[in-house]
Design a protein around this ligand. Structure first.
Ligand SMILES: [Zn+2]
Length: 88
């Protein structure tokens, strides 16, 4: 299913951005108050807004799973739907 791949790409993007923000915000990264700190602040704002848009997009291409419970299974502690492969 094509949309499943699209969802994976969107998820990868969200994960990547989330990780990048977390990296920038690590306490050992003291960006001070100069240009670097301003750039980091803008980067975080931009990526946060991107994450918001991609979450909206994800909702559009992957509406919540409505398959019956008997289609649900657990893999590696993560509940998912065997029919649409969506994490639940
Ligand atoms: Zn489903």
């Amino acid at each position: 299913m094509t949309s499943k791949k699209a969802v994976q790409i969107v998820d990868m993007f969200i994960e990547n951005r989330t990780k990048h923000i977390a990296d920038l915000q690590r306490p050992e990264n003291d960006w001070g108050y100069g240009i670097a700190a301003e750039m980091v602040k803008h980067d975080i704002e931009r990526m946060t807004s991107e994450i918001g848009w991609f979450k909206l997009l994800r909702k559009e291409i992957a509406p919540p799973c409505k398959h019956p419970k008997k289609m649900h299974d657990i893999c590696g502690g993560q509940k998912y739907c065997m029919n649409c492969n969506m994490d639940l």
